[in-house]
Design a protein. Structure first.
Length: 83
């Protein structure tokens, strides 16, 4: 985006700190899809939102029983807490 700097002083390019992810098939299942939007802020917001966009997918997929509907261990909130 462009961040205005006041009247007559021009504008400065600003790094987009937001990231999004679509993971399909998710957790090796064509019945599941993960969509995430991460809103970065601060001096390193783009790095944080980028890291989280990958880390959440990897962490959730590492615990497939917690995110598989019908599984006896199905507990998406707990899987997200682990992420």
């Amino acid at each position: 985006g462009i961040k205005p700097r006041g009247i007559g002083t021009g504008a400065v390019a600003k790094i987009n700190q937001d990231r999004g992810v679509i993971s399909y098939p998710f957790a090796q299942s064509s019945d599941q899809l993960l969509v995430g939007v991460y809103d970065g802020h601060g001096p390193h917001g783009e790095r944080i939102s980028e890291h989280v966009s990958f880390e959440v997918v990897e962490t959730l997929e590492a615990n497939p029983l917690e995110i598989t509907p019908g599984s006896t261990e199905d507990d998406p909130p707990n899987a997200l807490r682990s992420a």
